[in-house]
Design a binder for this molecule. Structure first.
Ligand SMILES: Cc1cc2nc3c(=O)[nH]c(=O)nc-3n(C[C@H](O)[C@H](O)[C@H](O)COP(=O)(O)OP(=O)(O)OC[C@H]3O[C@@H](n4cnc5c(N)ncnc54)[C@H](O)[C@@H]3O)c2cc1C
Length: 203
C-alpha cells in the first residue's frame, strides 16, 4: 500500500447540491485526506430543504428560513461551484458547467428529478405546486388569503417525490384554514393516482 505522501491528489466532483449532494460532500470531506478535492456543483447558490416547503405553503415558515447558502460548505473544505451542468463526458472524465470544462477523477451525479407539468393539459396554467420553493411561496399567498371555495390536492402519477406530501399538504391546509376561522366555508379533497395513501412507501 502506498503511503499518503505518495498518493496522488484526486478530485471528486459532486453534481447537485440537494440533500443527496450535500450529504455526500460532507461525508466524503470527513473521510478523505485534505489534499483530495471535494467540489460541489449546483444551479442555485442556496440549498433549500424540500421537506419544509409544506410549512412554507401553510404560511408557518418563510423561504429564507428553509434555505442556506451552499458557500457555507467552504468553511469545511468543500469547494462550491454555482452553475448549470450542461454536459458529462465520462470517457474524458470531464463535466461541462455553463460551457466551461472541469476535470473529475470521480463523479457523483445527484441532480434529482425534474417536473413535467406540461405533460398534463392545463396544469401549468391553472395549478400550483408545493414541490418547488417558488411554488410553495405562491401557494402560501393563496392559502392565507382563502375565505371560501374548494381546494383540490391532486397527484398525477402513483410515483412522485414524497409519498406523504399530498396528505400532509391537505392536513396543513385544513389547520391553516381553521386558524383563519374560514374552514367551514372551504372544502378540501385529495385526488390521488394511487389506490391507497403511501402505497409507494410500502404502507
Ligand atoms: C414537499 C416535499 C416534501 C418532502 N418531504 C420529505 C420527507 O419528509 N422525507 C423525505 O425523506 N423526503 C421528503 N421529500 C423528498 C426529498 O426532498 C427528495 O427525495 C430529495 O430532495 C431528493 O434529493 P436529491 O439530492 O436527490 O435531489 P434534489 O433535492 O432535487 O437536488 C438536486 C439538485 O441538483 C440541482 N440541479 C439539477 N439539475 C442541475 C443542472 N443541470 N445543473 C446544476 N444543478 C442542477 C437542483 O437545482 C438541485 O439543487 C419531500 C419532497 C417534497 C417536494
Amino acid at each position: 500500500m502506498r503511503g499518503r505522501s505518495h498518493e496522488s491528489a484526486q478530485t471528486v466532483v459532486i453534481l447537485g447540491g440537494g440533500v443527496g449532494g450535500v450529504a455526500t460532500a460532507n461525508r466524503l470531506r470527513r473521510r478523505l485526506a485534505p489534499h483530495h478535492r471535494v467540489v460541489l456543483v449546483n444551479r442555485e447558490p442556496d440549498f433549500s430543504f424540500a421537506a419544509s416547503y409544506l410549512w412554507v405553503m401553510a404560511g408557518t415558515r418563510t423561504a429564507h428560513q428553509v434555505t442556506r447558502p451552499l458557500r457555507r460548505l467552504e468553511r469545511r473544505g468543500i469547494e462550491v461551484v454555482v452553475g448549470e451542468v450542461d454536459g458529462i463526458d465520462p470517457r474524458r472524465r470531464v463535466v461541462s458547467i455553463g460551457g466551461r470544462e472541469m476535470a473529475a477523477d470521480h463523479l457523483v451525479i445527484a441532480l434529482g428529478a425534474d417536473y413535467a407539468a406540461d405533460a398534463i393539459d392545463g396544469l401549468s396554467e391553472h395549478g400550483e405546486t408545493f414541490a418547488t420553493l417558488a411554488g410553495a411561496e405562491a401557494l402560501a399567498r393563496r392559502v392565507t388569503s382563502l375565505s371560501r371555495g374548494r381546494v383540490l390536492v391532486v397527484t398525477a402519477a402513483p410515483v412522485y417525490r414524497c409519498p406523504a406530501a399530498p396528505y400532509e399538504a391537505a392536513l396543513l391546509i385544513d389547520a391553516a384554514l381553521h386558524r383563519a376561522g374560514v374552514r367551514s366555508r372551504v372544502s378540501i379533497a385529495v385526488h390521488s393516482a394511487e389506490p391507497a395513501p403511501m402505497g409507494v412507501a410500502g404502507a
